[in-house]
Design a protein around this ligand. Structure first.
Ligand code: KG4
Ligand code: ZN
Length: 363
């Protein structure tokens, strides 16, 4: 085999690395679409004890799992020794500085050792491009058509973006306070549910018998911005009242609440978040006359949100593409998908690539 072939030039296979938050992930993706390996070591159990992410603990866990995750991805993708890999893509930001640094350092080292192009990727861009992915053996499906509206809803970020063309974004709006996932996590804690709050609230909401409680929605006029802090306050008040007390300054302990009350409050909270996210997404899609809608980020794993946006998209006659839940939460396959587009566009980083914790997607 020639050196070029063993380096994978022309194979279209990108080895992608993602460590921006609390998942250590490596994937091998072909031509931005087809997943050959997708390995994610989650730190959820580690952070459950503290009810949230401690940055130093996250960075140390990345260091511990980075190489085993890389080895496993190469084994599953048949790329031992990085045979057949055409480029390395890595999340450069945004995210936790120490966590990002682990992935960026590995990517730089691999690019240097194997003489491969190094492609920097924005984590949010990855969440959008997850909509382009498909699993091995999954039938070929049409790609999302551009322009599209993308809603990225995660634990750290919530925003609406107009994707005019590949790698060409206009940020329409975003949260002015908490991210949607952060609100799920905080209200989950108020209700005495396990961390992370999103899946726990979704499960509890599914057990609700009564659906008549209504939490406030912050519409913020006609803007594409979001606000969830008022909703969090309303949830705190409701928990305090359900416990028979008045909403004071002390955080109420939802662990003492009966299961049916937790279910009803979970449903009401989820309904309010989903209502605002779905309504604004569909409104933006109509306003910009887009050809598709994509959802990404951990909260896009929420079935109520998926159903609500699907209904609106159907009424508008615009296809909705939502990755399967495992590709909505943080993973490296999505970095491979976005990395491929950047690679095709000639985007390259030098071996001095640094972590960019505050990187933005668009102005
Ligand atoms: O994208 P992600 O894995 O990490 C970040 O970049 O933040 O998103 C994690 C967030 C957490 O806040 C979690 O509670 C939320 O996604 N989440 C959900 C669901 N699954 C995960 N929120 C609502 N419903 C879900 N099913
Ligand atoms: Zn994310």
């Amino acid at each position: 085999m020639s050196a070029r072939a063993s380096r994978g030039e022309g194979s279209g296979r990108i080895l992608a690395i993602e460590t921006s938050c609390d998942e250590t992930a490596v994937a091998i993706v072909e031509r931005g679409r087809s997943i050959h390996a997708d390995v994610v070591a989650s730190q959820v159990a580690l952070h459950a004890a503290t009810g949230g992410i401690v940055p130093e603990v996250a960075a140390r866990a990345h260091l511990r799992w980075m190489i085993p995750v890389l080895d496993e991805a190469c084994r599953r993708g048949g790329a031992e020794g990085l045979a057949g890999i055409e480029a390395i893509a890595v999340t450069e930001g945004p995210g936790l500085a120490g966590s990002l640094l682990v992935g960026v350092t590995l990517a730089r080292t691999l690019a240097w050792l194997h003489d491969l192009p190094l492609v920097p990727v924005n984590h949010h861009e990855g969440h959008l491009y997850a909509a382009w992915l498909r699993d091995a053996g999954e039938p070929e499906q049409p790609e999302p058509e551009l322009p599209c509206i993308g809603l990225v809803v995660s634990g750290g970020h919530t925003f609406l973006v107009l994707v005019r063309d590949h790698l060409d974004y206009i940020r329409l709006g975003g949260t002015v306070d908490d991210a949607a996932g952060e609100a799920f996590d905080k209200v989950g804690r108020l209700l005495g549910l396990a961390y992370p709050g999103g899946p726990a609230i979704a499960a509890a909401a599914g057990r609700a018998v009564r659906h008549d409680r209504r939490f406030p929605r912050a519409w913020l006029g006609d803007s594409d911005d979001f606000s969830f802090s008022g909703l969090k306050t309303a949830a705190r008040r409701a928990v305090a009242e359900a416990l028979g007390g008045s909403p004071g300054t002390v955080e109420p302990d939802g662990a003492a609440l009966p299961a049916d009350v937790v279910a009803e409050l979970s449903w009401a909270f989820q309904d309010a978040v989903v209502d605002v996210l779905a309504t604004k997404t569909i409104r933006a899609a109509r306003r910009h006359g887009v050809r598709s809608i994509v959802l990404g980020g951990g909260v896009a794993a929420n079935q109520a949100l998926r159903d609500r946006v699907a209904g609106g998209a159907h009424a508008l006659g615009v296809p909705l593409i939502v990755p399967r839940p495992g590709l909505c939460t943080d993973n490296a396959a999505m970095i491979g998908a976005a990395g491929w587009r950047r690679y095709l566009a000639g985007v390259r980083a030098g071996l001095d690539l640094d972590a960019r914790p505050s990187l933005r997607l668009a102005a």
